[in-house]
Design a protein around this ligand. Structure first.
Ligand code: SAH
Ligand code: SF4
Ligand code: F3S
Length: 430
């Protein structure tokens, strides 16, 4: 397939976005080049997500469209979390004869070998592994962004929150060797990246060769000018020591994504989250004390099986008290194979009503936070310029648009002059 073109479509979280960058790296190492148009591609990869039903429905709809768009002889590969579920992989194999290769999350590092086998035999492939057989770190990722780079520090999850499919499709926690992470970060900084985001389902449990997450963060505070972020932190493992490290470090971004999921203790217990709302508030207070300008964000779910109206009101109350800069809000989605799928479910209308009320509450909070920022100065990492206006994110993860003398990929002090809804506008500080 010399001179062949590939097209990758990615669903899901940052972890998947980065997996796709690695798949692109493997394909380019074989001499393939990327193309925007599916109809031109010789190899099409769909990297899928299954965290909510909506993600799966979108993938199925998209596959239907690709069937008619793909050119004759093009190889269509479906991989990722959705196909890691064996039953889904088998369903796709039966129902979608135009899909040539179906693999999961553990074996997508061998994507080019699967392509070779398929081309040599002309036999469709479905191969799902139950766990990783040999840890093969792909070092040739082709990154989509030239300012922010994703770096895996661990894979998998051991937490088994009762609603969540991730532990079943990503396996148990595995930490990457410390020296490998440090050298990847250093080489990215040498290449000019200005922001590094460390990825793991639960970064607080990083543990490799006796070194923990805070040891890793200290080693990455290396005197160079860049912004270091991490996701995701589980509240049960978030420590005061980590809050203090955020305050002390010269590179760590002053933002913390600490997904609370729910505000009621009985729902948190049914979700198997291992913390109470009181403990969560204590951690929020500790981090605000250590880092007064911290920007907080969170994931919240409504309509979990046992959630009553009173439970939901406790979630609203928590959101109003914490006042997050950014909040990702979801309707609980039943996932086969998880414990919560067997609990009595809440009707769709109730869930819809709750999410609308939550969105409205957060919208007001975002508006008030934005207004309170007017007159302050923020350090913005500029990522885009359109019609003379620059766009970027501040150290607390608030999005800012501004005018003045700036450069993409550089840090600029911006004075905030106005706020419209949750959007901040300003000008470069002279
Ligand atoms: N490891 C991370 C990310 C997990 S997936 C974490 O623990 O935070 C990202 C978010 O999707 C979760 O925080 C949760 O809010 C949401 N999510 C997971 N399973 C879900 C489900 N079955 N229905 C709705 N939202 C879900
Ligand atoms: Fe899912 Fe919970 Fe693991 Fe996050 S910590 S990936 S929500 S099981
Ligand atoms: Fe991410 Fe979706 Fe998998 S959220 S870990 S791509 S199920």
């Amino acid at each position: 397939m010399n001179g062949a073109k590939y097209h990758i479509h990615t669903y899901g979280c940052q972890m998947n976005v980065h997996e796709s960058e690695k798949i692109a790296g493997l394909l380019q190492a074989r001499g393939f080049s990327s193309c925007e148009d599916v109809a031109e591609a010789d190899v099409i990869v769909m990297n899928t997500c299954c965290v909510r039903e909506t993600a799966e429905t979108k993938v199925l709809g998209h596959l239907g469209r690709i069937k008619s768009q793909k050119k004759k002889g093009a190889v269509l590969i479906v991989c990722g979390c959705m196909t890691q579920q064996r039953a889904v992989a088998e369903m796709l194999y039966k129902r979608c004869p135009f899909v040539d290769i179906i693999i999961g999350t553990f074996n997508q590092g061998s994507v080019t070998e699967y392509i070779d086998t398929f081309l040599a035999t002309d036999k469709r492939i479905v191969d799902i592994w139950d766990k990783e057989r040999d840890t093969k770190e792909v070092s040739c990722a082709v990154r989509d962004d030239d300012i922010n780079a994703w770096v895996n520090i661990m894979y998998g999850c051991n937490n088994f929150c009762t609603y969540c499919i991730v532990p079943y499709v990503r396996g148990r926690e595995r930490s990457r060797p410390l020296d490998e992470i440090i050298s990847e970060v250093n080489s990215l900084l040498d290449r000019g990246y200005k922001q590094i985001t460390l990825l793991g389902q639960n970064v607080n449990s990083y543990d490799c060769g006796g070194k923990n997450f805070i040891d890793l963060l200290k080693m990455l505070d290396n005197g160079r000018e860049y912004r270091l972020k991490f996701m995701t932190s589980h509240p049960k493992d978030f420590s005061i020591a980590l809050a203090e490290e955020i305050g002390r470090s010269k590179v760590l971004s002053h933002n913390l994504h600490l997904p609370v999921q729910a505000g009621s203790n009985s729902v948190l217990k049914a979700m198997n989250r291992h913390y109470t709302r009181e403990e969560y508030f204590d951690k929020i207070n500790a981090v605000r004390e250590a880092v007064p300008d911290i920007g907080l964000s969170s994931d919240v779910m409504v309509g979990f099986p046992t959630e009553t109206e009173e439970d939901f009101l406790e979630t609203l109350d928590l959101v109003e008290r914490v006042r997050y800069n950014n909040l990702f809000m979801f309707i609980y989605s039943r996932r086969d194979g998880t414990p919560a799928a067997k609990m009595p479910q809440i009707d769709y209308k109730t869930k819809q009503g709750r999410i609308s009320r939550l969105i409205k509450t957060q919208f007001e909070i975002s508006k008030q936070i934005a207004l309170s920022m007017v007159g302050t100065e923020l350090t913005v990492l500029t990522s885009e310029q359109k019609n003379g206006v620059f766009y970027g994110k501040a150290q607390n993860e608030l999005a800012v648009s501004f005018t003045g003398d700036a450069k993409i990929g550089e840090f600029t002090r911006v004075k905030i002059t106005s706020a419209k809804n949750a959007n901040l506008a300003g000008e470069v500080k002279r």
